[in-house]
Every structure is written in C-alpha cells, then in structure tokens.
Design a protein around this ligand. Structure first.
Ligand code: DGT
Ligand code: CA
Ligand code: CA
Length: 585
C-alpha cells in the first residue's frame, strides 16, 4: 500500500474510533459501530506501521475486514474517507465533546440534540441548570445532576497527561493520606492500575459508607489544592501538583465490581459485559447479577474481582492486560501466563555513576542495589563519544573496573560487573575497538545522536552495530522521549530478525519518559524469540527503583519471569554473555 509515511497508526486509529462514535450518533447498526471500534483498537495495538503493510497482510489482522481495509487507501490520499467526512458534516462539532462527558455517551448525546437542540457544552450546561433535561425520556434528575458535574469536570480537566511513574508516586502519597484519615482499603484503579505509559487522571477507590462526611474529609487532604466536585460517593480534586484525582467511596460488598469497572479499560469492560450477557448475567459497577434478578438484589459476585472473573468462567486477568488486545480469549482458555514481577528480578545492567553523567558513587549504587534485594548488578557508564556525558575511553573503563572491584569488596552480599553503554556512531561503528570490546564485562549498544535519520539509514546503522560479536544488549531502541521526542524511524522486523541471529537481548528501559521497548514492541520481540532484559538507566542510586517501571511495561507486554534475563542468577547471566559472544561472531 502506498500510504504516506506521515500517516501513523494512531492517526488512523483515531479516525476509526471517531467513525464509530459518528455511526452511533447516526443510530447505525451496532455491529458496524463495533467493527470500527475493533479496527481502531487493532490498529492502535499494531507493532508495525499499517501504512507500509501490503493489503494481504492487512486483511490478516484480526479485527480488520475488507470494508475497513478499503478505507485505508483513501485515508492515505486525503487524510480521511468519504463516508466519514459525510457523517462528520451531519453533526455539529460540539456534539462530539458532549459524547465524551462522563455519563452521556452517543445515545444520550443524540437525544439531547434531537429534543433540545443541544450542540455545544455551553448549551448543555444551560439546559441542565435550567432543569430542562430531567424531563426527557431516559434522563431524570439524577442524570441531570451528573451531567452538570461532568461538564464542570470536562471544562476544568487538564489536557496534559502525566507520566505513569509520576502519577504512581502521587497516588501512593494520597493513599497514605486516605489511610491515615481512617478509610479502609484505598487502592488506585483506572489507567494507573493498568500501567499505561501516561495517565489522564488518577482514580482511587476506598471503603466507607457514602454518608458525605467521608467525602468532606477527603477534600481537605493536605495534598489537595482545590475541590472540583463533591458528592456523597465521589470527590474530584485537583492536587497541588496539578493532577486531577477522582476518589470514589465504595461499600465493601461491591468493592470488586467497582474496582473492575473503574480499572477499565472501557473497551475491556465492554467485552466483559458482552460475555456476561451471553451467560445470562448483567455486569455493572455494583456486581454481577442474573438477568432475571431485575431489581439487582442478590449479586452472583461483587466483593472481589477474582469472584467476578471466576463466575464468568474466566481466569483472573491482571489489570495490565485489560486493553481488549485478546486477553479475554486467553482467559477463557485459561492460558494467561503468570506475569513477571519485581520479585523475579535479580539485578540491573544499565545505569550511570558520578564518573560520567550520574550523581552517585559506586558505593551508593551498591548500597541501593542491596536494598532492592538484588543478587547482582552490572554498573555501567557512557563511552567517550558522548562528550556531554563525559564518556569513558577504554583505558578509563579498565581503570574504573578495578575501582568497582574494590568498592564491591565492601558489599559481599551482591555480585557485580562493569557494563558499558556503547555509543553507536552515525556509521554504525562502535566506540571501542574489537580487542577492547572483548575485554568488557557487558556491552549495551545505544544510539544517542542523529536520531532523525531516514528509516533505511537508521536501520542500516543499527544492523551494522549488531554485527559486532560483543554487542550484548540493545538499549532504548526507538530513542523516543514521551512528550518530548518522537521515536526514530526504524524497521523493527529487520532489526529483530538480525538480532535473533546474534542472540542480542533487547532492553526495556525503565526511565519513566523512555519506556523503550514499548509494551507493543516488547511483545513482538518475545514473539520473535528474542531475549529481553529490564533496566533502569539510572542516573542516581535512587533511580534503581525504576526497575519497577520496567516491570510494568514488561507485564503489559505479557512477559513472564522466564522471558527476562534479569531472572537469571549471576553465574547464569555471565554464562549467557560468554556463550553468545562465542557464537555471535
Ligand atoms: P485516563 O484517565 O485517560 O488515563 O484513562 P482511564 O482508563 O483511567 O479512564 P477514566 O479515568 O476516564 O475512567 C476510569 C475507568 O472507569 C475506565 O478505564 C473505565 C471506567 N469508565 C469510566 N467511564 C466510563 C464509561 O462511560 N463507560 C464505561 N464502560 N466505562 C467507564
Ligand atoms: Ca483515569
Ligand atoms: Ca477518572
């Protein structure tokens, strides 16, 4: 297909998602709506640019049929397709904003438009405040109140998403505060629990009776800057750090149902509800009920998520997999593997000390590594080409290797090696000679300059670097920095295939703004048969905690403990390095 390179998967996915909404507004067949939703999800989860795939391959993607495929060419030519453009003209632009207001959705938005001419957020607010919405069929006073809250929230919502790690630290701080104010069982849900790269807002659930007093207390937490809305069961606040937090108070008996609902993803929830329906149940945030139990008096399951999945005949699905990427099929077959966790990790390989651009000494790094409970650590630094980082030449590397050995003697509980982050030059050559490379403990190759080369050139550069038998690990392959720098253009298929021949491992970099490989590519790497290694790329001892970030990405990729080299013992890991160097040449 001759789609322009500038057309990205996320661009196409957004168009199809919007198409689904437009079809719903147009009261079209729900199957068509679902087809576009499915296509949007499938394309978003692809590891390869759909624009550069041949049609036969496109048609093999689950969720993409001929109808959808036929739109792709048109999107390539003019950025959209004609049916989409026609539909878009049929509805005022403001209606799409209304669809997104919490609790509205396409069906209600269309009713509001038909019956009250509501086509903008301003009109929506005016009509709701005037009490005109409650009288419409299928609305009522409670929904009207929720709409007012929803519009307020939408208008105050910060558009910036924050990095997963930053959200997690903030959430943990709030959980502590909630606990110390006497609430039971506070946990985070939403995208944070699913471990998404970035977080729109933080969703927290806790136990307690919805008597309003608790909500009042929550809104007065010290980390809160101002309260957006408070009701008996929900408080929305903006923190001093600028993030929105939605805190919901849930009775213990329906905690599992609420946790499942508010963890999402929305798409996962839709599929889960479909499975429930097929089995004669309805599933909502209060529980799983028999359809015959019209008043929803006696839930089949509601207290824990485990009970709900079990009652649906499904294996428990870890939150990181709940993205409607095939996890429900696996759960039905009970083939979801046990995902990697921090306790599988025995050590880190990629980090930096105050000898180059890091902040901490060998001793500080080792002390922290011991406190992480690790069995080993390879401590690394940059090579000389990275002038800004005061990189090392081979002589300095050799010298500092001895210094590390001395420092290690003070920490008998942990085994060490000296790794080196080898700059991959523009030509694909490495910074050390072959003889020097052979004397290193572990070589991590990485690109740091000229990141915007053409795809072909960048791919060739990396392929060439990989022909060095001593390049053991490829670090932060795409070079992206979330929100700051786009990934480099590379051909993953070619790189992964070549890497497999040399048994080169790929890093999941745990720096919160890198997360590179991403979940999608880490999954692809595993499917290709490649080894994966988690790293922190720490620039201070404290940052060794980013191992937990890398673990989250690995879990989203569906990796197990065995899939990551970090689960090897020190001796086994050393053995892997020497074996691969012998056979790679
Ligand atoms: P975010 O905040 O943009 O990073 O992403 P989420 O997934 O945390 O989304 P959020 O905060 O709007 O909602 C949290 C979860 O609550 C979401 O994953 C699923 C559930 N949820 C919220 N609103 C709806 C809805 O209108 N329909 C359905 N089915 N689920 C919803
Ligand atoms: Ca959220
Ligand atoms: Ca939310």
């Amino acid at each position: 297909m001759s789609l322009g390179k500038s057309i990205t998967n996320s661009y196409i996915s957004d168009i199809f998602a919007e198409m689904a909404v437009l079809l719903e507004l147009a009261h079209e067949n729900p199957f068509r709506v679902r087809a576009y939703q499915k296509a949007a999800l499938a394309i978003e989860g692809l590891s390869e640019n759909i624009a550069s795939m041949p049609v036969e391959k496109i048609l093999k993607i689950p969720g993409i049929g001929k109808g959808i495929a036929s739109h792709l060419e048109e999107i390539a030519g003019k950025g959209a397709f004609s049916e989409f453009e026609k539909l878009k003209k049929r509805f005022p632009k403001g209606l799409l904003d209304i669809v997104n207001v919490q609790g509205i959705g396409a069906k209600r938005a269309r009713a509001l438009y038909d019956k009250l001419g509501i086509d903008s957020m301003e009109k929506l607010m005016k009509k709701a405040m005037a009490g005109e919405i409650r009288n419409l069929d299928g609305f009522g006073e409670k929904i009207e109140q929720n709409i007012i809250l929803g519009v307020k929230e939408a208008s105050e919502r910060k558009t910036d998403r924050i990095l997963y790690w930053n959200a997690r630290l903030i959430a943990e701080e709030i959980l502590r505060e909630i606990r110390s104010s006497g609430f039971g069982n506070p946990v985070y849900a939403g995208s944070l629990r699913r471990g998404k790269e970035t977080i729109g807002d933080i969703d927290i659930l806790c136990n307690g009776r919805p008597d309003g007093v608790l909500a009042e207390k929550l809104s007065k937490l010290s980390c809160v800057e101002r309260t957006l809305s408070t009701g008996p069961t929900k408080v929305s606040v903006i923190l001093k750090k600028g993030v929105q937090v939605d805190i919901r108070i849930i009775p213990e008996e329906s905690f599992g149902a609420a946790l499942c609902y508010f963890t999402g993803s929305k798409e996962h929830n839709v599929l889960l509800r479909e499975i429930a329906l097929k089995k004669g149940f309805t599933l909502n945030e209060y529980g799983l009920f028999r359809i015959s139990d019209k008043k929803q008096k006696k839930p089949i399951a509601s207290g824990t998520e485990e009970e709900i999945y079990r009652a649906l005949g499904l294996q428990f699905i870890p939150p990181e997999l709940r993205e409607a990427r095939g996890e429900l099929e696996l759960a039905a077959k009970k083939t979801i593997p046990e995902l990697v966790s921090a306790s599988d990790v025995k050590g880190d390989i990629h980090n930096h000390t105050n000898l180059t651009d890091g902040k901490s000494s060998f001793e500080e790094m080792l002390e922290k590594a011991v406190s992480m409970g690790w069995e080993w650590i390879f401590i690394g630094d940059h090579t000389l080409s990275l002038g800004v980082a005061h990189g090392l030449d081979y002589a300095r590397y050799a010298e500092t290797k001895k210094t590390l050995e001395k420092a290690s003697a003070k920490f008998p509980r942990i085994k060490t090696g000296r790794s080196i982050e080898m700059d991959i030059l523009k030509t694909g050559d490495l910074d050390f000679s072959h003889e020097e490379l052979e004397k290193t403990d572990l070589v991590i190759g990485a690109v740091h300059s000229s990141l915007r080369m053409k795809e072909e050139e960048m791919t060739r550069r990396i392929l060439k670097a990989m022909t060095s038998p001593c390049l053991d690990v490829m670090a932060h392959l795409s070079g992206r920095m979330i929100g700051k720098r786009e990934p480099s253009n590379i051909n993953y298929d070619m790189i992964f295939e070549e890497a497999l021949r040399h048994d080169i491992a790929f890093e999941i970099n745990g720096q919160p703004d890198r997360q590179d490989l991403t979940d999608v590519y880490a999954r692809k790497a595993k499917e290709t048969g490649l080894k994966i290694i988690l790293s922190t790329d720490s620039h201070s001892a404290q940052q060794l905690e980013y191992m937990n970030m890398a673990v989250v990405v690995a879990r989203r990729a569906g990796l197990t403990g065995k899939d990551v080299l970090n689960s090897l013992s020190y001796e086994e890991f050393r053995e892997w390095i020497s074996e691969r160097r012998k056979t790679a040449g």
